[in-house]
Unconditional design. Sequence first.
Length: 99
Amino acid sequence: MCKRVDFNCGEVLATPGALGALKRNLVDPWDYLQRHLSCDWGVVCKEDQQANDQALKTGARILSAYFLPDEIKLWIITDAAIDENGTRAATTLLLPEEY
């Protein structure tokens, strides 16, 4: 697990399904986004955790997953870097079936 790292997440977006699930569960999307930005990858497997930690160095895509209170899974995906400065276009909150 990485220490607190501020990485450029780009524009923050959310799909209709994710917004609906968050609203139904009465949870703040920013709480999950903060976890993602703090390198708390949620319930992803060990291999994905390691890939995320490596992506902070290489600029690859970052994926976190969290269970909402009703057990719906929420994904947060930060796009791969688009330039040598580590600029990332967007971070999206979505449900797995919307991928």
